[in-house]
Write a protein that binds this ligand. Structure first.
Ligand SMILES: Cc1ncc(COP(=O)(O)O)c(C=O)c1O
Length: 162
């Protein structure tokens, strides 16, 4: 058997998956009339302890929308040098949100809270871009599917809050 990991898109849906698609209850999502999307959003909101959730049909759309929502033009976002948002989204961060990236030299797409702290230690000046987001990609794409250590994510959250 050949296992081709060139992309997730190489994987074909199984018969069970295709059957589920064909028999799914559907409707107009704009009017919140798609029961399958509604159920998925409710499940995701519950899972992450959020008030609500929003289904996006592509990862790039979700990433670009999140960046747009959380930044203003001229802001800076911190990301690993391997980050998908920096490398593989057609410069969308600049085009859609007008932001710039500070790239961290991490390991397999993952950085540490200490690296963020070191960067944040530079005293903000009026002429420096304002850091608004820390991008944590889990699992990492260009990092070969590496998975973050949860305790490191908690530390990064603390640094972000500070
Ligand atoms: C981390 C990450 N973000 C975004 C994407 C883009 O997803 P899509 O092709 O659904 O836009 C990928 C695709 O592999 C990814 O690995």
């Amino acid at each position: 058997m050949i296992i081709d990991l060139i992309s997730d898109t190489v994987t074909k849906p199984t018969k069970g998956m295709l059957d589920a698609m064909m028999s799914a209850k559907v409707g107009d999502d704009v009017f919140k009339m798609d029961p399958t999307v509604n159920a998925l959003e409710q499940k995701a909101a519950k899972m992450f302890g959020m008030e609500d959730a929003l289904f996006f049909p592509s990862g790039t759309m979700a990433n670009q929308t999140a960046i747009k929502l959380h930044t203003q033009p001229g802001d800076l976002i911190i990301a690993d040098k391997y980050a998908h948002i920096y490398n593989y989204e057609s410069g969308g961060v600049a085009f859609n949100s007008g932001v710039t990236c500070k790239l961290i030299d991490g390991n397999r797409g993952m950085f540490t809270a200490k690296q963020i702290e070191e960067f944040a230690a530079v005293k903000p000046q009026i002429y420096l871009p304002f850091t608004k987001m820390i991008c944590v990609e889990n699992t990492t794409n260009k990092g070969g599917g590496a998975c973050w250590d949860f305790s490191e994510l908690e530390k990064i959250k603390q640094v972000a809050k500070k």
